[in-house]
Design a protein around this ligand. Structure first.
Ligand SMILES: Cc1cc2nc3c(=O)[nH]c(=O)nc-3n(C[C@H](O)[C@H](O)[C@H](O)COP(=O)(O)OP(=O)(O)OC[C@H]3O[C@@H](n4cnc5c(N)ncnc54)[C@H](O)[C@@H]3O)c2cc1C
Ligand code: SF4
Length: 455
């Protein structure tokens, strides 16, 4: 029995290893030499962090891998993670001029080649600036918090990050599946920031272990980079049955080698069709589920997952059940899920935000046989924290001055997923990183000039 469990664990560990291999030397040389090193390169404009792409590619071609990694990480403090998780075909690679003739330069793969070199060689790429005597507190150590911390440290600020989790890195460390983004890559980016003298106090939840009032009082500026919270409840009967999972918790288990062993041979329904649903579904496949279905109330046209994620899920054998909404989970005599009652939906006209409404088709109820239900219908907001800080917000989306990232409290700024939503921004690692950088420059401006304006 024990032997069986050990070999299952080994199999699961293998299933969650990084799926795509890095380029080898010859592949990196071939690909980097294909680049036209365009003047006024459109790929740079398409990168939210403005990485000088032709320049980092040229450095690879000339064998200067440290210089290449520096170019990438200079513009994007989480450039090693982004090499793996950015929707490149919608960003830099989508803009590459070679789309018109052959195929775009594989910018993400080259970015990974250069940053992997820096990781392997344990290179410290940047230095802290001369101390200016000012202190900034950051709530959250995800891409937004890390990017602002790094830039502030380079400008000479004493930076302390408060992080609720045991390890830093936010969703890069805990939320994006390990076979796309290993935790070690994210932790290397964290180390790069810590090596600049930034203090990261992990296992400290602001609002519980330390008050937000204290931070506002003791620091010259505070950045709220707390991201979003857990997956909300579906609000249907049976959610407390055994076999119901929150997709973010599930991925977190796979990132921390605590693989649930009860997925083997099971039928899994994943509710939702965004990033989180795809990660929940592909994780379920790798946990050994026999059948994984994504159940979504709209269609493929309305799903928020990226195209590359959709394709990846299909390749992994995930099935999609469109225009279907769950109504009730039904348990067996031991309190374990055995069925899910669903209804058929139909699409209605587009709402003002362009998204089509949908409604139930009367009398369309039917049963699905399932053993496990993974909930992945978005993320909740940090209402309590925002309330404690007294920040103006729209249902948990922090209101900011779009240019300065300043909130309704003059010395409190916000970046990343806390400002995403209500038609504002995109929930992507690369946008959180760019917002983090811009917030750092804005705080520098705020603390070094006397005239300031809040929202
Ligand atoms: C499952 C999943 C898959 C995704 N896949 C992709 C992808 O492939 N590509 C992509 O670009 N984006 C992806 N995203 C989105 C991306 O991860 C986020 O947009 C990005 O991480 C946001 O960065 P952030 O720094 O704002 O927040 P986060 O990364 O969420 O970091 C916030 C940090 O704040 C901490 N925190 C929260 N409250 C407190 C508190 N009170 N006190 C102290 N610390 C606190 C949290 O513990 C967390 O570490 C995915 C998201 C999910 C959920
Ligand atoms: S657009 Fe394509 S070919 Fe031109 S510099 Fe960028 S990656 Fe190279």
């Amino acid at each position: 029995m024990r032997e069986q469990s050990v070999s299952l664990l080994q199999q699961l560990e293998k299933n969650f290893e990084e799926a795509r291999p890095s380029y080898n030397y010859a592949e990196a040389m071939d690909e980097s030499n294909r680049c036209l090193y365009c003047y006024d390169a459109p790929c740079i404009k398409a990168c939210p962090t403005g990485i000088d792409i032709p320049s980092f590619i040229k450095k690879i071609a000339s064998g200067n891998l440290k210089g290449s990694a520096q170019k990438i990480m200079e513009a994007n403090p989480v450039g090693a993670s982004c090499a793996r998780v950015c929707p490149t075909e919608e960003l830099c690679e989508g803009a590459c001029v070679l789309n018109h003739s052959t195929k775009p330069i594989m910018i993400g793969d080259l970015q990974r080649y250069a940053t992997d070199w820096a990781i392997k060689n344990e290179e410290l790429l940047f230095k802290a600036g001369k101390s200016n005597g000012k202190k900034v507190a950051i709530i959250g150590s995800g891409p937004a918090g890390l990017a602002s911390a790094r830039e502030l440290a380079r400008l000479g600020y004493q930076v302390t990050i408060f992080e609720a989790q045991k390890e830093a890195g936010g969703l890069d460390t805990y939320g994006i599946v390990p076979f796309r983004l290993p935790k070690s890559v994210s932790l290397w980016e964290v180390q790069q920031v810590e090596d600049l003298g930034v203090e990261i106090r992990t296992d400290v939840t602001v609002g519980k272990d330390i008050s937000s009032e204290k931070l506002v009082k003791e620091y010259d500026a505070v950045i709220v980079a707390a991201g979003m919270a857990k997956v909300p409840m579906l609000g249907i009967p049976g959610e407390d049955l055994e076999g119901a999972y929150d997709a973010i918790d599930l991925v977190e288990k796979t990132k921390t080698n605590q693989y649930p062993e009860n997925f083997v041979g099971k039928r899994v329904a994943v509710i939702g069709a965004g990033n989180t649903a795809i990660d929940g579904a592909t994780s379920s496949v790798r946990l050994g589920a026999e059948e994984v279905k994504i159940v979504y109330r709209r269609t493929a046209n309305e799903m928020t997952a990226y195209d590359f994620e959709y394709e990846f899920a299909k390749q992994e054998g995930v099935q999609f059940k469109w225009l279907t909404s769950p109504k009730r989970l039904i348990g067996d005599e031991n309190g374990r899920i055995k069925q899910m009652e669903c209804v058929q939906m139909e699409l209605g006209p587009a709402a003002p935000d362009g998204r089509r409404s949908c409604k139930e088709i009367e009398g369309s109820s039917f049963m699905m046989d399932v053993d496990i239900v993974v909930k992945a219908i978005g993320q909740e907001r940090h209402h309590q924290l925002l309330e404690e800080l007294g920040l103006v917000n729209d249902q948990g989306v922090v209101t900011i001055n779009q240019e300065t990232y300043q909130t309704s409290e003059p010395n409190v700024f916000a970046a990343g997923d806390v400002i995403f939503g209500k038609g504002q921004g995109e929930a992507m690692v690369v946008s959180a990183a760019q917002q983090g950088k811009e917030t750092a420059y804005s705080i520098h401006q705020y603390l070094t000039s006397s005239v300031t304006e809040s929202v």
